[in-house]
Every structure is written in C-alpha cells, then in structure tokens.
Design a binder for this molecule. Sequence first.
Ligand SMILES: *[C@@H]1O[C@H](CO)[C@@H](O)[C@H](O)[C@H]1NC(C)=O
Ligand SMILES: *[C@@H]1O[C@H](CO)[C@@H](O)[C@H](O)[C@H]1NC(C)=O
Ligand SMILES: *[C@@H]1O[C@H](CO)[C@@H](O)[C@H](O)[C@H]1NC(C)=O
Ligand SMILES: *[C@@H]1O[C@H](CO)[C@@H](O)[C@H](O)[C@H]1NC(C)=O
Length: 251
Amino acid sequence: MMRTLLLLSTVAILSAWAVKCKYDGQDLDNNQIIVVQNAFRIKCLTEDNGSWKTEIIGCVTPDGTEIDAGQKKEHGDKIHECVKSESGQVSLKESKGRMAACPGGQQNGEEWQEKSFKFRCGDGGVVKFIACVGQDGSVINAGETGKIGGFDVKCEQHANGTITMQAANDPKSYECKAKDGSMKKNGQEYVEGNFVRKCGDYGQGKIIGCFADNVGSTIGVNQNVTHGDVIYSCAKDGANYSFKTYSLKAN
Ligand SMILES: *[C@@H]1O[C@H](CO)[C@@H](O)[C@H](O)[C@H]1NC(C)=O
Ligand SMILES: *[C@@H]1O[C@H](CO)[C@@H](O)[C@H](O)[C@H]1NC(C)=O
Ligand SMILES: *[C@@H]1O[C@H](CO)[C@@H](O)[C@H](O)[C@H]1NC(C)=O
Ligand SMILES: *[C@@H]1O[C@H](CO)[C@@H](O)[C@H](O)[C@H]1NC(C)=O
C-alpha cells in the first residue's frame, strides 16, 4: 500500500514537473514555439517518459512572415525559401522575386541600350544581354553574326562575361574595290585618278599620296615635287586631300 502510494505520489510529482525542453538556457513547454536568431522557429516536443527534443519547424523572414520548412513565399520583389536539408539543417534563403528591378533601376522586361549593346531586365532582376547595335542602327542578336556596313560582324557574350561586337573575319581578309571595279588585296597600292591608295584593313583604301603621269614615283602627302617647270603638290587639309599643279612659267 505504501509502495503504491509512494508510486502514486511519484507519478504526481513527475506530472507536476512536466517535462520541458531546454534551448540555449531557456526552458520550453511542450508544443511551445520560439523564434531564434530572428530567423528560425523552434518547437519543443516532450514525451511523458521524460525525453524531449526541439525541432526547427520553419523560418521567419526579416519582415516577420512565417514560412514552414520546405516552403517558399514571394513577397514584394523578394522570394524567401525555408530550406530543410536531409541532415535536418534548416536555412532561410533570400532571392529576388521574378518582378524585381535590375541593379540600374530598370523594371522587369524593360529594354535599354548602352553604347552599342542592348540589354533587357530579366526575371529576378537579372540583366540579360540581348543584342549589338551598329552605328547604322542595324541589330545583331547576341550569339549571332550579321552584317553591318557590308561586313560580317559577330555579337557575342564570352564565358567570362565580356561582351563584344567584332569583325567575324580577319580584318586583312577583305579586299578593296578600286573605282575601276578591280579588287585589291590588303597592303596592295593602286592608283585612282590623281591619288595613290593602299588597301587597308576591312577593305578600306587609304590615300597615301598623289600620282602624276610625268612623275615616276608617288608624291607623298604634304609634299611638293618639281618636274620640269611644274610643281606637283599633294596636300591634306583636315580630312580632305588635294592634288594641284602650279606652273613655274611666267605667263
Ligand atoms: C521515450 O519515448 C519516446 C517515444 O515513444 C522514445 O522515442 C524514447 O526513446 C523514450 N525515451 C526513453 C528514455 O525511454
Ligand atoms: C574574356 O574572354 C574573351 C574571349 O575569350 C577575351 O578576349 C577577353 O580578353 C577576356 N576578358 C577578360 C577581362 O578576361
Ligand atoms: C607646295 O607649293 C605650293 C605652291 O607654291 C605652296 O603653297 C605650298 O605651301 C607648298 N607645300 C609644301 C609642303 O612645300
Ligand atoms: C573638306 O571638303 C568638304 C567638302 O568638299 C568641305 O565641306 C570641308 O570644309 C573641307 N574641309 C577642309 C578642312 O577643308
């Protein structure tokens, strides 16, 4: 009888001293939930046999929104995800929402141009490179080759993030077309009227001097050559070249 009583009273004492969880120096009642580190929700679970455990059941976003472990919530332009790993670790992940603005302030879907490059503000506030724009306004989509001013130009984004718009072919591979319709190779010199040109990169014939039938060699730019009683003058003024002859004979 005594033993039974004693046993009864022991049970009574046990239930009065209800099992509590301990977390970081705090005593928690069964099913009590606390928020720790301003980010995680912890729940106390006790057993009548005296064992207890605390379990992370979810996350709390900085603005106070509660998210269950394994769930995500989009709020404003942010997405919060409460991730629970297989090992039981829980972390709160923040990422930009689909409609988030881009770092430059552009809105989702907005397109803009910087120098010769076109961008779009993609989902999650990610800047997407979409195309190159030539000086003549022609557009070449990213990753493609197109023609600008008759040249094959490649528009690309490299693995290191650099974006380029450059000649698809070797600049020296282009031939120059002389006024008479003939084609000249890179580096080749040729006469066109009173001027001597040299075929340069991208098929651009550059004036390197002047030509006169009576003068055997090329007359250099800003050079005068006297032949007989005539001065042959080859001059450059700004972007203009001129060829003139002056007679030394007194009229
Ligand atoms: C107490 O009960 C729980 C659930 O029934 C069990 O998992 C645990 O091992 C028990 N603990 C002890 C100390 O008996
Ligand atoms: C990026 O990659 C391109 C192509 O491989 C290269 O030409 C360029 O120099 C690189 N730029 C930087 C900053 O590494
Ligand atoms: C070439 O001759 C013309 C005519 O005499 C003169 O005006 C010009 O300054 C000369 N140019 C050079 C580079 O000597
Ligand atoms: C060059 O030629 C153009 C057209 O003939 C003319 O308008 C311009 O003023 C010239 N420039 C110079 C520096 O002479």
